[in-house]
Design a protein around this ligand. Sequence first.
Ligand code: PEP
Ligand code: MG
Length: 538
Amino acid sequence: MKIGIAASKGYAIGTVVLKEENELNIEERAVENVEAEKARFKKALEASKEQLLNIKEKAAKEMGADKAAVFESHAMLLEDPEFAGAVEMGIESNKINAEKALQDVVDMYAGIFAAMEDEYMRERGADVKDVGKRVLANLLGKISGDSDLMADNTVVVAHDLTPSDTAQLDKSKVVAFLTNIGGRTSHSAIMARTLEIPAVVGLQDITSSVKNGDTIVVDGIEGVAIVNPDVETIKKYEAKKEAFKKEREELKKLVSVKTVTKAGKRIEVAGNIGKPEDVHQVLANGGDGVGLFRTEFLYMDRDDMPGEEEQFESYKYAVEKMEGRPVVIRTLDIGGDKKLPYLPLPEEMNPFLGYRAIRICLDRKDIFKTQLRALLRASAFGNLKIMFPMIGSLEEFLKAKEILKECMEELKKEGKDFNENLETGIMVEIPAAAVCADELAKYVDFFSIGTNDLIQYTLAADRMNEKISYLYNPMHPAVLRLIKMTIEAAHKEGKWCGMCGEMAGDEKAIATLVEYGLDEFSMSASSMLKAKQLIMQN
Ligand code: PEP
Ligand code: MG
């Protein structure tokens, strides 16, 4: 049994698919039987070609023929007799294994492309490497990562999954995932909860403890994985899975119940979303609103910045579908573990303490204004509130508001509608903001406590680091005091205070948060009904 960190609830019994790592280890081996080695290479080559053509077909359907063309050109490279011939020659003349011969040829091709003047041709070097990696993975029996190649009941096992890897998992095939690294509040874990896929992270060496095709049990509640379980264990977990499903069904009865505490206070239970369509899950789970729309996901998995019009459509969709319920939309929170391929950020020693979120937006006014204009325009269609992330001082909030005002004036001149009185608030996720909450509360319309970051900054315990996850404690008195202070400061100024960090859905924390007077609890849609039930018991 492998023990890790429970990241997303639920049970799964499935088949391991190892996600291909960036670096596949190749060792040079001398081979006696050159013909057999060449045949092994041919087989991997054919398998790779077939996979690429399948991916091309799927991409053409989902993304259009132009995007699919790249896979065709990859497949064509594999058909190039010179490429295959060079590898076979390497095997034959050096009497080495196919992996090493392939790597030599790929390095040679990539080197030739890299030295070219023309930028387009230089980029082809990356294509050669990419194709080479696929053939190599086939040779090593480690092919995977393309969800289109996955069978039903797949458990993805990876060293790490980026937030965008997670967002791309095909829920109809992937029943769970497991990673070596990461913590409960790393974004891949948060995405798993949104997708309602059981997940265990921080398993340390799970990738080297399993192989493709192994049967595996995933327990997303206890945070364990069991490789090649015996029949008894499978039976036990099938029963647990069934009971879990039943409990979820039972909780469904609470969907349309208004959440009121024992003392009679009405509490808002809201959802955290990453894409506009996620509102449907929030509504299906009885959400009173959206407490956090992580807009950075609109910026991911693409080659360029989303423009004003496109963003406007996304925000408009979310507020319209929520039919007057509050929708708190957070401005771009990039940096930390969230990266954009087309916005290269400098390598930093401490990305979570660096150039991120509002710090980037105040610096890159062009990016910020595009988003603010889109948000303002969407505010004419529903109950939209704007929230700024990573605010550490009043000055930052005032600067952001100033830019927002500039956008309002521009839109007025252009005759475009927006809600002039829309609420603007901040995330309290830097301890400095919590400590100065009394001052900030005079200026903002609301606070939303971002405990994921607040805990890591208060306790100096990286939210992504499984080795020190025992220090990352939401119930630490220092964290609780900051939360209490923030709520009280908001109330003193007649403002509301919510929480959109994962702690809001933490079953062990809910009673304390109700006692402190938290007004709004925002969390992954899958945690909302259980939270409703617990809030009503307190
Ligand atoms: C937080 O920090 O608590 C939060 C909600 O933001 P994120 O997890 O996106 O950093
Ligand atoms: Mg945060």
